[in-house]
Design a protein around this ligand. Structure first.
Ligand code: MLC
Ligand code: AMP
Length: 504
């Protein structure tokens, strides 16, 4: 038995003496050196007692060493569980408890806060800082590099990525080696990536976009990455001339457009700009083309499904659409009530089937059954329609979800926290247009009789339990929430009322 993901993505690094990762300061790590880091990470995981199938939770700053943890986990057969670095200790406690992770890796700065959390969940806590130091960094230096990858099959789990749910409880999406590898293979072909490519990588590596779409594609193509710790406008502008491709969320593109240094000359060397994770406004698409001469290639995906559709590399990249189903991926539009197929042109639920679709939610068979049909189609919660030429248009979301700067935020989780705040009778959390983030979180609260809630105190109270990116950017106080005859809060009416709240 082999280890398909390791064999296809990581093993070929052995022969590479050219840079695979280039840091913002120009320091290069060759492919062979990076593979060595992965092998030492795998060795340190084994030395820490991790066995194939065990979960490894990772909440560390983005760095080459952090990326080597992913490669190490694949090599050791360990299920990689990356966590947003913004998550609070309370949020992390849920992920550790739910996943049963045996080991958690954190930044040194978070060690004191996370130690009791890890202990109460029965997980060991070790430190890996961005410069490679910390207890796990030392373990990597001391470990014998893993010589032979752990045997894994295509259906074995490679990663567990948590996505929030409409009930406020996060679900761990189980991604197999096949899910990841099949998608990387398709994307390399569709987007024409080769060993000549240099990807400007400014996305976080705890989500599908930065971890799998960007990294797996570059590993498989044999190209290189300029690896920035985060999206820093000045650095991105500086590095663009050295890259051939960039993948980003729409906020990357709007921020770049706001900067006069973005010129046609600066991006003359670029071959491809990809956007996804949130809707790209047609206006951003056309303004970008007018300014740079490049048409952004928009694609559509999800944590549970990897990439689903893409605009064509050759052929028309149609603004406001997410293109065609990828090879091997089936997409159908169904009536959200009956689940029956709709005729072409009908607006309905987007459903997806293919080797890219995940294996279900970790230890939540009832949630898996509710979203993954018996015939293998996954119900995305996105509403869409195919136009006459076969381009998919996403027209809305049936799930109550806000996407801010490419991060998903589920209102329910924030409403529960607001409802529990002093002086609050009830609340509704909505997403409203935001010039930088696409959508931003707005909290609407109804005070208890006679109470005068203190918005600043409420928000600061929330920050103890919720990651900062989830916090409402503002709170509006209203005497009552609009409800329909069934008593359901009419969020559409609230979104309409407050749609100008963050207008530029
Ligand atoms: C940061 N903040 C955000 C935020 N990012 N608030 C709401 N939404 C966001 N996305 C907050 C911080 O908490 C902080 O709050 C303040 O904004 C500034 O923080 P920052 O760290 O300086 O933010 P910045 O660098 O400006 O980050 C913005 C960003 C980043 C857009 C560059 O969010 C980003 O990299 N997003 C990419 C997300 C992503 O990769 N998504 C892919 C999901 S996978 P305060 O209070 O401290 O001031 C997926 C599937 C698919 O969806 O199809 O790809
Ligand atoms: P996540 O759960 O973080 O993987 O987010 C997936 C969701 O992001 C999808 O269900 C869509 O709602 C949204 N999404 C991803 N790509 C696009 C896109 N190109 N346009 C609109 N929405 C998108």
């Amino acid at each position: 038995m082999t280890n398909p993901l390791h064999d296809a993505l990581f093993a070929p690094l052995a022969g590479r003496s050219d840079p695979f990762i280039v840091g913002p300061d120009g320091a290069a790590i060759t492919g062979a050196e990076f593979l060595g880091m992965c092998a030492r990470a795998a060795g340190a995981m084994a030395a820490a007692g991790l066995k194939p199938g065990d979960r490894l939770a990772v909440q560390v700053a983005k760095s080459p060493a952090a990326l080597a943890l992913y490669g190490g986990a694949v090599m050791a057969g360990v299920v990689f569980l990356p966590l947003n670095t913004a998550y609070t200790a309370q949020e992390v406690a849920y992920f550790l408890g739910n996943s049963g992770a045996r080991l958690m890796l954190a930044d040194g700065g978070a060690e004191a806060t996370l130690a009791p959390v890890a202990e109460s969940c029965g997980a060991r806590l070790m430190v890996l800082d961005a410069d490679g130091s910390g207890s796990f960094g030392a373990a990597m230096a001391a470990a014998a590099p893993m010589a032979t990858p752990a045997p894994r099959g295509a259906d074995d789990l490679a990663a567990l990525l948590y996505t929030s749910g409409t009930t406020g409880r996060s679900k761990g999406a189980m991604l197999s080696q096949r899910n990841l590898l099949s998608n990387a293979e398709v994307l390399v072909g569709e987007w024409r990536f080769t060993a000549e490519d240099v990807l400007l990588h400014a996305l976080p590596i705890f989500h599908t976009h930065g971890l799998f779409v960007a990294t797996n594609v570059m590993l498989l193509a044999g190209g290189a990455m300029i690896f920035l710790p985060k999206f820093d406008l000045d650095r991105v502008i500086d590095m663009l001339p050295q890259a051939t491709a960039m993948m980003g969320v729409p906020t990357f593109y709007t921020r770049l457009l706001d900067d006069p240094r973005l010129t046609r000359e600066r991006v003359a060397h670029m071959r491809l700009f990809v956007s996804g994770s949130a809707p790209l406004l047609a206006e951003t698409h056309t303004t970008w083309e007018a300014r740079t001469g490049h048409r952004i290639l928009e694609r559509y995906g999800m944590t549970e499904t990897n990439m689903i559709t893409s605009n064509p590399y050759d052929g028309e990249r149609r603004a406001g659409t997410v293109g065609f189903p990828l090879p091997g991926v089936e997409v159908r539009i169904t009536d959200p009530e009956s689940g029956r197929d709709l005729p072409q042109g009908g607006i309905g639920m987007i459903e997806v089937r293919g080797p890219n679709v995940f294996r279900g939610y970790w230890q939540m068979p009832e949630k898996t059954a509710a979203e993954l049909r018996a015939d293998g189609f996954f119900i995305t919660g996105d509403l869409g329609m195919f136009d006459a030429e076969g381009y998919l248009h996403i027209v809305g979301r049936q799930k109550d979800l806000i996407i801010a700067g490419g991060y998903n935020i589920y209102p329910k989780e924030i409403e529960l926290a607001l409802d529990a705040a002093p002086g609050v009778k009830e609340s509704a959390v909505i997403g409203v247009p935001h010039p930088d983030l696409g959508e931003a979180v707005l909290g609407v609260i109804v005070p208890e009789d006679g109470a005068a809630p203190d918005a600043a105190a409420i928000l600061s109270g929330l920050s103890a339990s919720l990651a900062r990116f989830k916090l409402p950017r503002a709170l509006e106080i209203v005497p009552e929430l609009p409800r329909n005859t069934m008593g359901k809060v009419q969020k559409a009416a609230l979104r309409e009322r407050f749609r100008e709240r963050f207008a530029g």
